[in-house]
Design a protein around this ligand. Structure first.
Ligand SMILES: [Mn+2]
Length: 477
């Protein structure tokens, strides 16, 4: 594994002298340990016997992982199972210094003052894990778990979440039958209207205001990658937070239409993606918001590499589900909001306006197709894209939308390279982030922990295949 050699050898001394420990528990203050990567899970106590507890579990289903070389997840068990966040991934070939030096960890793990700035280093070297206490005053303690339920705890927990998603979907994760699909779409649409326009037959508002009482979880353009959605919903307590009403799931649009690398006119997974999103909207009424993207349309102009994806989507909708379903989908698209405003974050699909807009125009935004078009089509300014938006457009946009403080602006739509899903402070614009969920290998999200913006990206796991495999191996009744 070449990439492993690339690690800066912070632990080189530890690599030579790390004591192999395979069972039991022990203090490892100022010591380095070498731990097996299979057949165990680990509990760390930072600050000695009564210290902050973190759990380290193997994850075997990563795209790049194998059962003998799993990637790992380090969690705060008090937070991970209930909220989005509260974990970091320890992928093969990487190392992490755990401690209060990182604001992200301080918040994610709720680290108390007796945890040092740099408390331990944890490294996944491939064949072994190395852990070293960095000579802390309060010390570090390790417990090795070797019983099957402990080792498999994370896998079992994830499987239970996948079961829950199947229950929400109402069966195996396949596109619904036409009648059922229509019923699901119409119910989700009614919930959208009941949430924003309960007593009117006018279109729903183009701008929606969310209260600070629930925590937004933002997801970028999924472009029909079901595994990206499943990975996200089953890592951390996303579903649990939705269930308790603590969180709002916000899709930034463009969940449909395949991206490069797939047959651009084949839309079966888009059907399943929308079935799933409608099912989530029904299961968690008013807590799942879908913002309109440029691909949420059957318009002929939406095309990639000369293929009209809008047209292909229309054909798929009509052929698989009938004209009534197609019309119902169009009506749903008509009512989708374009901008979501939460006291901590503003989100839209693609871009802020690049022209001056006053409050009166905002209040009647649906009457300005040109402005709506900017929100879902424009991109950040580049030398070859002179019409793109710049820092001043972001500032003006947030000022016009109006709170006393300017929250961050998050958009999707424009991936900035082929290997990531999340770009922070893009184009040198402070507090402006791009989140794109359509990269097959990694998924990211943005949420808030204790009111502080938290963003993470990590490998996608092939969960759809895993579910199908489990269904196939079930014994016949
Ligand atoms: Mn888009």
């Amino acid at each position: 594994m070449k990439f492993i050699k690339k690690i800066k050898r912070l632990l080189s001394n530890c690599h030579d002298n790390g004591e192999l420990v395979t069972h039991g528990e022990r203090d490892f203050t100022a010591t380095c340990l070498r731990l097996p990567v299979s057949g165990a899970a680990y509990i760390f106590r930072l600050g000695g016997q009564n210290g902050k507890i973190l759990h380290l579990y193997p994850l075997t289903a990563d795209t790049d992982a194998t059962p003998t070389h799993p990637s790992w997840i380090l969690i705060d068990p008090e937070r991970f199972f209930n909220e989005m966040g509260g974990f970091i991934r320890i992928e093969a070939g990487t190392q992490q210094v755990i401690g209060r030096h990182s604001e992200e960890q301080r918040i994610a793990f709720q680290l108390p003052p007796w945890v040092a700035n740099r408390h331990i280093i944890l490294e996944h070297e491939g064949d072994h894990l190395f852990v070293q206490d960095l000579k802390t005053d309060t010390g570090s303690h390790l417990t090795i778990l070797q019983d099957k339920p402990s080792i498999e705890r994370m896998a079992i927990w994830r499987n239970a979440r996948l079961e829950q998603i199947q229950q929400i979907h109402g069966g195996p994760l396949l596109p619904l039958a036409p009648d059922e699909a229509l019923d699901r779409l119409q119910r989700a649409h009614r919930i959208l209207r009941d949430t924003w326009m309960p007593d009117s037959d006018q279109p729903a508002p183009a701008i929606v205001y969310l209260s600070a009482q629930s925590i937004p979880i933002l997801i970028g353009d999924l472009h029909e990658h079901i595994d990206n959605l499943l990975t996200l919903l089953t890592t951390g307590g996303c579903l649990h937070a939705l269930q308790r009403g603590h969180a709002k799931l916000i899709f930034l649009g463009d969940a449909v239409h395949p991206d490069e690398g797939k047959n651009l006119a084949e839309m079966t997974d888009s059907l399943l993606m929308m079935d799933l999103i409608f099912s989530l909207m029904i299961q968690f009424p008013g807590r799942v918001l879908y913002i309109r993207g440029n691909h949420d349309s059957c318009d002929e102009e939406i095309s990639k590499q000369g293929i009209s994806q809008g047209k292909a989507w229309q054909t798929t909708l009509v052929r698989s589900r009938g004209e009534v379903y197609h019309q119902a989908m169009m009506a749903f698209y008509q009512d989708l909001p374009y901008i979501a405003i939460h006291p901590w974050v503003v989100a839209c699909h693609a871009a802020p306006f690049v022209v001056k807009v006053n409050r009166e125009m905002l209040a009647t935004l649906r009457n300005y197709p040109g402005l709506l078009r900017q929100l879902i089509w424009n991109r950040i300014h580049r030398p070859n894209r002179p019409g793109g938006y710049r820092a001043r457009d972001v500032r003006l946009f947030l000022q016009t939308l109006g709170g006393p403080v300017e929250p961050p602006l998050v958009v999707g739509h424009t991936p900035l390279d082929d290997h990531h899903t999340l770009w922070m402070n893009v184009g040198g614009i402070d507090n402006h982030h791009i989140l794109y969920g359509g990269y097959a290998k990694r998924i990211g999200w943005i949420t808030f922990l204790d009111g502080v913006l938290t963003a993470q990206e990590y490998p996608v796991q092939p969960l759809l295949k895993q579910i199908a495999g489990r269904q196939e191996t079930l014994p016949d009744a």
